[in-house]
Design a protein around this ligand. Structure first.
Ligand code: ZN
Ligand code: ZN
Length: 73
């Protein structure tokens, strides 16, 4: 797979990951790697949390940042 953001700039760069938001391939420089808290267990039972890796493309990372800002307002 190729990086979608690089394709829009007429570059062919192999992707190193896949955006979890839109499914586009992302290269090392366009990938935005964040973490998400994942809860384990049932709602009734004991739960544990762990940090999961979350890969986004530039576009989705910007959209997520806007959403995060909107939620804090
Ligand atoms: Zn790229
Ligand atoms: Zn994306």
């Amino acid at each position: 797979m190729q990086c979608l953001d690089c394709r829009t700039e007429s570059k062919d760069t192999p992707s190193v990951g896949v955006c979890q938001g839109c499914g586009a391939g992302v290269c090392e420089s366009h990938a935005r790697i964040t973490s998400r808290t994942v809860r384990h267990g049932t709602p009734q039972g004991p739960s544990a949390q762990s940090e999961a890796r979350w890969v986004l493309c530039k576009v989705c990372a910007e959209a997520e940042a806007l959403t995060a800002t909107a939620l804090t307002l």
